[in-house]
Design a protein around this ligand. Structure first.
Ligand code: SF4
Length: 306
């Protein structure tokens, strides 16, 4: 039977021989697009809490956060292997010694992987070399999660991203010198993007041989520039049906081996102005899968880069 898409949980089971869970880690860091280095206020959709609304307090040590999250997850899902996920803001945006301490603190027997979320313009060769040492010394898999959101550099400029497609390509080429995986975060319904951008994003990720992708649907929070535009009716959000179609089109044009971590975004209810057309993320995911199944559409079926 042809798989609808290459699902992350299945990939983890195959790779590690059992279920593996990501444990969020929150370290005190910021983003050059917030602290004035590149800009103030951040991307127009980025809320003060960044992306880590489900996280423990950053004043807790990395070890303590992992311990607490591990206790909770292993009880709930009977899991034994985990990935430490440095999730919030730009986790490589700090001096190298500090970065090394945080990463070293995540090393433990049942941590099989470390995933580090960052921006494409915050990848230094010094930090990559250090991660390579960690990878070899502790046999721990390294995944760099790069926020790109879209390949349309006009949209990137409109959402005040502070980098363009070129920085993303540069980061990918430099990370590719090491035995790491790259996960790219994208948002398929940014205002201004159309289905051509969806197809081009899938094609560029495939051509660059990215290993994983995380698809988000846009959510709009209070106290953001996007929130202000939304309340003033100055931006247009595509319908839920259009989003579902875009996800399917994206998957069709994506290399069949790229692992897909997620099909829709998750957001806190508090302070959100718009999230997933009022549906839960799992109902939205079900609609996407139903469409693929009933229309016989699959990941990679239209990809030239398989
Ligand atoms: S790069 Fe990430 S953390 Fe920085 S402002 Fe944009 S969304 Fe927020």
């Amino acid at each position: 039977m042809i798989k609808l898409y290459n699902e992350y949980s299945e990939y983890l089971k195959l790779k590690y021989g059992e279920k593996v869970y990501k444990l969020p880690v929150n370290i005190p860091c910021t983003c050059p697009n917030r602290d004035g280095t590149l800009g103030y206020g951040g991307c127009t959709f980025c809320a003060e809490v960044g992306t880590g609304f489900e996280m423990l307090d950053s004043s807790l040590s990395v070890k303590e956060q992992l311990k607490r999250n591990m206790e909770y997850i292993s009880k709930k899902y009977k899991a034994d292997k985990f990935i430490a996920y440095f999730q919030n803001y730009t986790n490589t945006y700090m001096d190298t010694e500090k970065f090394k301490n945080y990463i070293n603190d995540a090393i433990a027997d049942n941590i099989v992987g470390i995933a580090i979320s960052t921006r494409p313009d915050c990848i230094s060769d010094e930090k990559l070399r250090f991660l390579d040492e960690i990878h070899s010394k502790y046999n721990v898999n390294i995944t760099i999660e790069l926020g790109l959101q879209t390949v349309n550099y006009h949209t990137l400029s409109n959402v005040n991203r502070g980098h363009t497609l070129a920085e993303f390509i540069d980061a990918v080429l430099r990370i590719k010198r090491y035995n790491f995986e790259i996960c790219t975060h994208i948002i398929l319904n940014l205002p201004g993007d159309n289905v051509l951008d969806t197809v081009e994003t899938a094609k560029i990720l495939s051509a660059l041989k990215i290993e994983q992708v995380k698809i988000h649907s846009l959510y709009i929070m209070e106290n953001t520039e996007m929130g202000r535009l939304y309340k003033n009716n100055e931006i247009n959000i595509i319908s839920k049906d259009e989003y579902v179609e875009r996800v399917v089109v994206f998957l069709e044009h994506l290399n069949k081996d790229i692992v897909v971590q997620r099909l829709a975004g998750r957001a806190p209810k508090e302070n959100s102005l718009f999230v997933n057309w009022g549906m839960s993320w799992w109902r939205l995911k079900d609609e996407i899968l139903y469409k693929m199944e009933s229309e016989n559409r699959h990941q990679g079926s239209k990809s030239k880069f398989n």
